[in-house]
Ligand binder design. Structure first.
Ligand code: BMX
Length: 279
């Protein structure tokens, strides 16, 4: 079965024709953050017009909280979404096919479990991107609802703001600006790799917080693997630095970190698989 799979993130939106783990065709466009979900869906429908009649279902992975077909932001700074937006109903009206919607990182966790780095063991997926998202697959079951929203946790050291506001790509770019450098998170990485001390300091703070999160996840869920994805998580050096941070932990307690095998396609492949399983 061929699925139209869509992944709406805080920075970019992907749409693809997916069959199993095969991506037959795909497009990526920036998410027009100011425009809102009606406009985002219309833009995708426009681009996906060329695939008309090639798919029988639609799967949509989104940044934010999805329940009963409704979509809301938990952290509007990651992406502003009107509360309880009826995404399933709206998308069904646009595409004229059955629609399934899920959180982006939960979908990606399922993609990695079925076709990627998970190898069918218990896993936690972590995406380090605009925000920080997560998904949990335990005993072969993907957890839905709030489960895995690690970017929203507040440790004692985080105080009043959620972890992702002090760790994510958005935070990295805003710290750079505070240090007097107008740069995207990706550019900060590049400069850190080239040795700029201010950039290295920002990246290593982010790494330290995510590494600590992984240690906590291991204690809560004891997954076989923590699969790391997202534009920042997969940026050169990030995972290696995380491993360095955790190297001192006794091996029995140390999380096993692996990069997302499906890369930026984990969300679309995962949500296509979930959509295909609905009746
Ligand atoms: C936020 C939250 C999660 C999402 C994560 C990663 C919102 C809008 N999003 O924690 O639902 O999974 O960001 O999202 O509250 P991304 O856009 O960075 O991929």
């Amino acid at each position: 079965e061929t699925i139209l799979a869509i992944d709406i993130g805080g920075t970019k939106t992907m749409a693809a024709l997916v069959r199993g783990s095969d991506v037959l065709d795909e497009i990526t466009v920036p998410t027009a953050r100011q425009e809102g979900p009606d406009a985002w869906l219309a833009a995708i429908a426009d681009r996906a017009g060329i695939w008309k009649d090639r798919y029988s279902r639609v799967g949509i992975a989104v940044t934010g909280f999805v329940q009963d077909g409704r979509w809301s932001a938990l952290n509007p700074a990651t992406l502003g979404i009107p509360d309880q937006y009826p995404i399933v109903e709206k998308a069904q009206a646009i595409f004229g096919k059955p629609v399934f919607a899920a959180n982006d990182a939960q979908a990606a966790a399922w993609g990695e479990y079925r076709f990627g780095a998970g190898e069918r063991g218990d896993l936690v997926f972590l995406t380090i991107s605009t925000g920080i998202g997560g998904g949990i697959v335990i005993n072969g079951r993907p957890l839905a609802g709030l489960a895995g929203h690690f970017g929203l946790i507040r440790g004692p050291s985080e105080g009043r703001s959620p972890l992702e506001d002090q760790t994510s790509g958005r935070w990295i770019a805003s710290e750079a600006l505070k240090a007097g450098h107008k740069a995207t998170a990706a550019e900060v990485f590049d400069l850190a790799e080239k040795g700029a001390p201010w950039a290295k300091a920002i990246v290593s703070q982010s790494v330290l917080r995510v590494a600590t999160l992984c240690r906590d996840i291991q204690m809560m869920l004891d997954p076989k693997r923590i699969v790391v994805g997202g534009g920042i998580g997969l940026a050169k050096g990030y995972l290696d630095q995380m491993r360095e941070q955790l190297a001192g932990i006794e091996s029995r307690l140390r999380p096993v970190l692996v990069p997302a095998k499906l890369g930026s396609r984990a969300g679309i492949i995962g949500v296509a698989s979930l959509a295909g399983e609905q009746d």
